[in-house]
Design a protein around this ligand. Structure first.
Ligand SMILES: *Cc1c(COP(=O)(O)O)cnc(C)c1O
Length: 397
């Protein structure tokens, strides 16, 4: 541990993770909820049907299985309510559609998850929403980008792949003056390490596919709203016919129970590996907000209570063949999208093709790293061998 990290999981949060959304007494004492697989819900009589007076009127509207995860995330995020979606991207789409309509203008951080940008371009634009991208480090300067039609600001902190930390209170301050809605993709921090609603953000979104599921075996999303936005989010979710399947929701509620212990370990491992990488001659830069070398480290320390185990490195310049040699021989780090499971991953990336408000300047190739639960010595050995292959194939050091 670095000594600069505040305790990641105050005791109250650990307890909340274990207890929130669990109702054993209603389930014959069983610790976990059953998987309710159902479409039709039978009503006892016409009077009940006329009033739709059943706790779960139809399969799409949820069940005790989906309630369990929704309630847990609501408690951890400090929201008024949570809806589940079929994926993280679907959760982002629901959240944006809850807020925006034809003629509105939306500001999106240039560091957003790339499919978020594609949803804005490919769907929102077709429905008459104008979208502009802003520098993630803009802070209160975002005021200059507001138009009369501006309705909402979308944040993601740290940024996907590039890990810029946003000044959330400064942006929320500007939004509040104009009664704008703020939304954040909070996937990296998990509901443990950042409390966006407490900072004044209206809607917090998670790709529960990542750390909440925690085992690389589900696609799942959550949208949590404060009291101001909850009725609109819940209504839009229901009108869109969005729902997560019962088995997936069940895996999500199981995964979240061990979130604190996985994240404590993965935070520590991520920081340890990031520091080791910082000392490597082949590495030009490490982009990890918990390292003092990160340009936004102070903001991270101010607003976050911990770090998950996803960060990036920029290598010294080297040919493509050296990058291939680095990656192709890895034994423990898998090559693949997504993250948040128990296993380590790498993903090369190059934001130059899609950034519009900021320029990505990198000396050499960039690689995103997810640190899983393997032994640190084995991960280091895997990377040491990768750096040897990189150098042998002409990579810089
Ligand atoms: C993966 C990811 C998503 C999308 O989640 P899916 O479940 O894969 O659709 C959204 N935001 C961020 C930051 C992500 O990394």
């Amino acid at each position: 541990m670095t000594g600069t990290i505040r305790h990641p999981t105050p005791r109250g949060i650990d307890t909340e993770i274990v207890t929130a959304g669990r109702h054993p007494a209603e389930q014959h004492g069983f610790v976990n909820p059953p998987v309710y697989r159902g479409s039709t819900v039978l009503y006892p009589d016409l009077a009940t049907f006329d009033k739709r007076a059943m706790p779960y009127p139809y399969g799409r509207m949820g069940s005790p299985t989906t309630d369990s995860l929704e309630q847990a995330v609501t408690a951890l995020e400090g929201g008024a309510g949570t809806v589940l979606a079929a994926s993280g991207l679907s959760a982002i789409a629901i959240a944006l559609q809850s807020v925006l309509g034809a003629g509105d203008h939306l500001l999106v951080t240039d560091s957003c998850y790339q499919p978020t940008r594609k949803f804005c371009t490919g769907v929102l634009a077709r429905f008459g929403v104008a979208v502009d991208y802003y520098d993630p480090r803009i802070g209160a300067g975002i005021e200059a980008l507001l138009r009369p039609a501006t309705k909402a600001i979308f944040l993601e902190s740290p940024g996907s792949q590039t890990f810029e930390i946003q000044d959330i209170p400064a942006i929320v301050g500007v939004a509040r003056k104009r009664d704008l809605v703020t939304l954040i993709d909070n996937t990296w921090a998990t509901p443990l390490f950042l409390k966006p609603l407490a900072l004044g953000v209206d809607i917090s979104i998670h790709a529960a596919t990542k750390y909440i599921g925690g085992h690389s075996d589900v696609m799942l999303g959550t949208v949590t709203a404060n009291a101001r936005m909850w009725p609109q989010v819940r209504e839009t979710w229901s009108l869109l016919g969005e729902c997560a399947g019962p088995d997936v929701a069940w895996l999500g509620q199981r995964g979240i129970r061990t979130l604190a212990v996985r994240l404590a370990r993965q935070m520590e491992a991520g920081i340890e590996l990031a520091r080791w990488l910082e000392g490597r001659p082949e590495v030009e830069r490490v982009l990890h907000p918990a390292l003092p070398s990160h340009p936004d480290h102070a903001l991270w320390r101010r607003d976050f209570t911990g770090a998950s185990s996803l960060f990036s490195i920029v290598l010294k310049p080297g040919p493509k063949a050296a990058l291939a040699a680095f990656i192709d021989g890895l034994e423990l780090f898998g090559l693949g999208a997504s993250w948040g499971g128990y296993e380590s991953l790498v993903l090369p990336f190059d934001p130059r093709g899609y950034r519009v408000a900021t320029r990505w300047e990198a000396e050499g190739p960039a690689i995103r790293i997810h640190v899983g639960l393997e032994a640190m010595a084995d991960l280091v050995a895997d990377l040491e061998a990768a750096f040897a292959r990189w150098r042998a194939a002409g990579g810089g050091a």
